[in-house]
Design a protein around this ligand. Sequence first.
Ligand SMILES: Cc1cc2nc3c(=O)[nH]c(=O)nc-3n(C[C@H](O)[C@H](O)[C@H](O)COP(=O)(O)OP(=O)(O)OC[C@H]3O[C@@H](n4cnc5c(N)ncnc54)[C@H](O)[C@@H]3O)c2cc1C
Length: 461
Amino acid sequence: MIGNYDFDVVVIGGGPGGYVAAIKAAQCGKRTAVIEKGSFGGTCLNVGCIPTKALVKTVSVFDTIKRSQEFGIEGIDTSAVRVSMEKLQARKQKIVKQLVGGVGALLKGNKVAVLKGAASFVDSHTVKTGDKTITSEYFIIATGSEAFMPGFIKYEGDTKIITSTEALDLAVVPESMNIIGGGVIGIEFAYIFAHLGCKVTVLELMDHILPMVDTDVSDLARKTLEKAGVVFETGARVKAVRDLSVIYEKDGREQSLAATLTLMAVGRVPYTKGLNVEGIGIELNKTAIKTGPDMRTNISNIFAIGDVNGVSMLAHTASHEGLVAVANILGESQTMSYDAVPACIYMEPEIASIGLTEQQAREKYGDVKVGRFPMSANGKSLIEGEKSGMMKVILDANLGEILGVHLFAVHATDMIAEIAVAMKLEATAEEVIHAIHPHPTVSEAVGEAFMAAYDKAIHAL
Ligand SMILES: Cc1cc2nc3c(=O)[nH]c(=O)nc-3n(C[C@H](O)[C@H](O)[C@H](O)COP(=O)(O)OP(=O)(O)OC[C@H]3O[C@@H](n4cnc5c(N)ncnc54)[C@H](O)[C@@H]3O)c2cc1C
């Protein structure tokens, strides 16, 4: 039947994985369609990356205005400054709408056929959407994920549990909020709501928050959030949510904490509802679609990218996996590497991390070199009004290969891209040190942290 399909490539799901894959396939001359049951941009644009960062920005502006006197600004009655939740929501929606519209325009401009509705596999070359049947030589599944509601927690009574999706839409700042989970999503919302005047408690099972970040950095971030009023209950095993109270075990004792709302932020699970993947024999790894490094499933003409394969639930990974899948459809032999995927946490200062933590690096390589640089010694950071923060680099002890970098600094989420490029090019510490960093910038501290690994930072004793 080769050549008789409706399309060469059909992408299911129009999030950052799916729409990027569809555009790339169309740019490469493939007759491409994307099927989307909701809004283009998926979780990321509609209820994830973009709306959270819109909230973070308002909170950061609000905080800066309250600190205006530190910058020599007079005449602002900071006690009267407040955030209008209505206007904050309107601004967020405007940004989301613009970006979602932009994705639609890009798809159209690249001649990607757009099909609205939920797709379900009939066989490995056919899907149904409503009463339409669509055939394709290749499929790329990019159906994303949904919030995880753990089964080991008992839910009793009127729990008032929300997920990140509802948290983004709150019209009123709740008096108090229990956040279950101290990962990226939990911490970003802790930052947002604590600064909006809500009494926030984060309950985390592990001893440290933000497990992917080196503990030197995550402990410092915790202190910064504590200064903003966030209370942390680490080592807390949540057993139940009973009405407004979270019941948890800590230090062998059962405890209970009531709040206006409970935000469940313990992670996300791949979403394949209604897709009939198991029906056509696609192998799963628990709930995730199993893929090889070429993003192919066990059925050779079907690929799975983004959150649905459960490997690295980040928008930029989803997009990159989309490019790798398309390259393989085109007959190039490309594989996905996850060694240098940056992870970012948006608060002030920002957190960005790539590669291994010091503990992981020591477990894997034994001897490593570690460099730290305090942001209090960086001119631009002080100009920005930020004295706290640090940069930490972990290097191979012999060759100076970069194993991991963890930043807690103003603009950290932009600066980590430099390290992603360096790691991709297999640059050594020496080469990063000799890449000239402009002055005055926060990025100078990156070079200093690398120098510190050899006890040779210039601006620190
Ligand atoms: C609150 C929050 C904040 C986040 N912040 C960040 C961040 O700052 N940076 C970052 O990198 N990541 C962030 N993420 C994660 C990021 O949103 C996801 O990793 C990313 O959206 C995954 O992209 P995707 O294309 O795999 O799936 P999604 O974006 O989830 O898109 C999947 C799409 O598939 C559609 N779909 C599902 N089933 C079907 C079907 N059967 N037929 C047709 N369409 C279907 C859905 O409607 C959806 O539009 C955040 C997530 C959340 C929840």
